[in-house]
Ligand binder design. Structure first.
Ligand code: IVH
Length: 665
């Protein structure tokens, strides 16, 4: 492709992918498969790398983030971010309506909207481009979180059409959807990271992260509800919101005009029930006077506009008896206490269980056995216990005592300092944890074995697979014992297991589920050591020397390899034909540095780490300190004089980068 063609292609792909992003994230009506979208995105990415001069600032490839900010810049809001007066009572709404009718003589209209429960954001656009995104902060000043916000796909980086004002601000709420939140929290739990309490905390936590590439991975969305500027096209809130929709913003359809308080009450009554079916959380309704002229007439108090108010839904509570506390052991060994309750009706459902999260929460509530507890269904998906009815506590009842041993395997529980949850440390032998390891092993990013979690569960329950190595001994007859498996599905599973044997070493290493060895670490270790044998032989010193491998990972690896049952699993996997070595380039003599040990020190034309990788790739060994056993010192610029002296004293050959290259060529 010549240079002009590529410029055109970059432009065309950018436009097309922007349109797909809009269809998918704003309109929720995709017109292309995920697969085709990814393929086109990759094509664009490649072209942009080849011809960076043609890449657009608002290219869809830039949605993956990358900028890292140590601290967010504080910026002053152009228009202060006020809050809304709020109320839980309908009488107050009547009062609000009466006041407005008194102040405005003309006819007027209200606009009713949902009150999204997330965090407020102000987005500034100049000439149709997003230039700044600022959090609410104290209302006068907020944090500049533009890099993070640019990763939210439903926020347009450049606007559609051409009738938007040159310079304006639009405000909205950054939220995490309920479904996105559940998946995201499940993953956190799997990774052994503390789960977020509710979608709002998750959204707020995400937007304050320092690495925008991480933000890009979070399922965030943004709903817009307020436009500000000197040159807005219309004279009313509603019309400008509809215009904003045309400019490409996600303006939810849950917005309605109302001309009487009764219509407002209808809107409230409807959403008080229907909110349970939304995929995002709302905590009330916002009512605004529509016309700007009338808003101006009403003005502001010090804190909030007089032309708007929010009505908050009451969180419903119920009182019920605590029957028993049971303890669940997660796939990572984290213990979650669960309150089993006398069933009680609450907000349209029957509640039988409530999460107690951790020991501190039980302590705070001062729970006693068979207490009557107040249950609330607030933002959280699972109901929670918010208090105890002390008057109904039976005399002499005993305080709840947190378990000390794992309910699944009996191992004594541990609780790391600063951590909320207790853990079962029996990582490789506790049944739910073993099951978690098998699920991880078959997952898409690991061995990618068909059937995933559901199949693993069935195999585990039937006792057919007790550890990951058992997967490779499965027979057709055994698989056919599983519910729903017929000849064809059994064959597919077997085929998929067979195919997984060609999974590259770094993925196999990741699949083993060694604590703290995620995808990146596994890839580093595989590249550095080249084979499982070498990795297993490595001692603490050698492991810590690998770039980005710290004490925590080293300790975990040593612990893993010290466990006989893990070695047994690895050996059985080797025997089954899995790859435990990286693929070597055929035309390179791989073992030319076999048995030679190197100390690499100083600055080189390439990254020191790459040199170290080459040494291990060609069979050599990296050591950190010079001793009589060292074969070569590979010295770069500015190597420490002490090291140099020692090498000379011991008579160890000192070679430069060029000499080294000759050795391996
Ligand atoms: S209008 C001056 N509309 O609620 C009026 N706010 O308590 C500006 N919020 O800071 C706000 N949904 O974070 C407005 N439909 C909506 C809203 C909404 C949620 C939040 C927003 C604001 C807070 C006020």
């Amino acid at each position: 492709m010549d240079i002009f063609e590529s410029q055109g292609k970059i432009q065309a792909l950018t436009d097309e992918l922007k349109e797909h992003n809009y269809n998918y994230y704003v309109k929720a009506q995709p017109t292309i498969s995920d697969f085709d979208f990814d393929a086109k995105l990759q094509e664009l990415h490649k072209l942009e790398q080849q011809f960076p001069q043609f890449a657009h600032d608002d290219s869809p490839t830039k949605r993956v983030g990358g900028a890292v900010s140590k601290e967010f810049r504080t910026v002053t809001h152009r228009y202060p971010m006020l809050s809304l007066g709020n109320t839980y009572s309908r009488e107050d709404l009547l009062g609000f309506d009466t006041r407005i009718r008194k102040s405005i003589d003309d006819k007027f209209e209200y606009v009713c909207e949902l009150k999204y429960d997330g965090l407020a954001i102000g987005l500034s656009y100049k000439k149709g481009k997003l230039v700044q995104a600022v959090t609410r902060g104290d209302g006068v000043q907020g944090d500049d979180v533009t890099d993070n916000v640019r990763t939210i796909r439903s926020i347009p980086l450049s606007l559609r059409g051409d009738d938007y004002p040159d310079d304006f601000e639009i405000r909205g709420e950054i939220i995490m959807t309920r479904s996105g939140f559940v998946k995201f929290n499940e993953k956190r739990e799997k990774d052994g990271v503390q789960a977020f309490a509710n979608p709002r905390n998750a959204a707020a936590g995400s937007i304050k992260m320092q690495n925008s590439a991480e933000v890009a991975k979070r399922p965030l969305d943004c709903y817009l509800y307020y436009v500000l500027g000197e040159t807005l096209p219309h004279q009313s809130h509603y019309d400008n919101m509809m215009a904003a929709k045309d400019w490409g913003f996600k303006v939810p359809k849950y917005i309605a005009k109302a001309s009487s308080i009764d219509e407002i009450f209808d809107f409230i009554d409807y959403w008080d029930v229907a909110r349970n079916d939304l995929d995002f959380e709302i905590d009330g309704i916002v009512i605004k006077v529509n016309e700007y002229a009338q808003q101006q007439q009403l003005g502001f108090t010090a804190k909030s506009p007089r032309w708007a108010i929010s009505y908050k839904f009451k969180t419903e509570q119920a009182l019920t008896e605590l029957l028993e506390i049971t303890y669940q052991v997660g796939r990572t060994g984290a213990i979650t206490p669960v309150a089993n309750l006398e069933p009680v009706a609450l907000a349209g459902t029957t509640v039988k269980r409530a999460s107690l999260h951790n020991a501190d929460i039980i302590e705070e509530l001062d729970l006693h056995e068979h207490d009557y507890v107040k249950v609330e269904k607030g933002g959280e998906i699972i109901p929670k216990i918010v208090g105890v009815d002390l008057e109904r506590r039976k005399a002499g009842s005993t305080k709840v005592k947190y378990i000390e041993n794992c309910p699944e395997c009996g191992t004594k529980l541990v609780r790391d300092e600063g951590k909320a949850n207790h853990y079962c440390p029996n990582e490789y032998h506790c049944p739910p944890q073993i099951k978690g390891k098998i699920e991880h092993f078959v997952s898409r990013k690991a061995l990618n074995i068909a059937g995933g979690e559901a199949t693993v569960n069935a195999l585990f329950e039937k006792g057919l697979v007790k550890d990951v190595a058992d997967l490779f001994d499965l027979t057709r007859e055994q698989i056919l014992q599983l519910e729903g498996f017929k000849d064809k599905s059994a064959d597919n599973l077997l085929k998929s297991i067979e195919a997984s044997k060609s999974t590259p070493f770094e993925k196999v290493l990741f699949a083993l589920g060694i604590r703290y060895v995620g995808q990146t670490v596994a890839a580093k270790l595989a590249e550095y050591f080249g084979s499982m044998d070498k990795l297993m032989q490595a001692n603490e010193m050698e492991l810590v020397m690998v770039d980005e491998i710290g004490e925590r990972i080293t300790e975990s690896l040593l612990e893993y390899f010290a466990d006989e049952s893990n070695l047994d699993i690895v050996n059985r996997l080797v025997a089954s034909g899995l790859k435990f070595e990286i693929e070597k380039d055929k035309d390179q003599g791989p073992d030319m540095l076999q048995g030679k040990s190197f100390v690499v020190s100083g600055k080189f034309s390439m990254a020191r780490d790459d040199l170290k990788k080459m040494i291990s790739k060609f069979g050599g060994k990296n050591v950190s300190a010079i001793s009589a056993k060292t074969d070569f010192v590979l010295a770069g610029d500015a190597m420490g004089p002490a090291k140099l002296k020692k090498a000379e004293k011991l008579g160890i050959p000192i070679i430069g980068e060029d000499d080294f290259m000759k050795m391996v060529k």
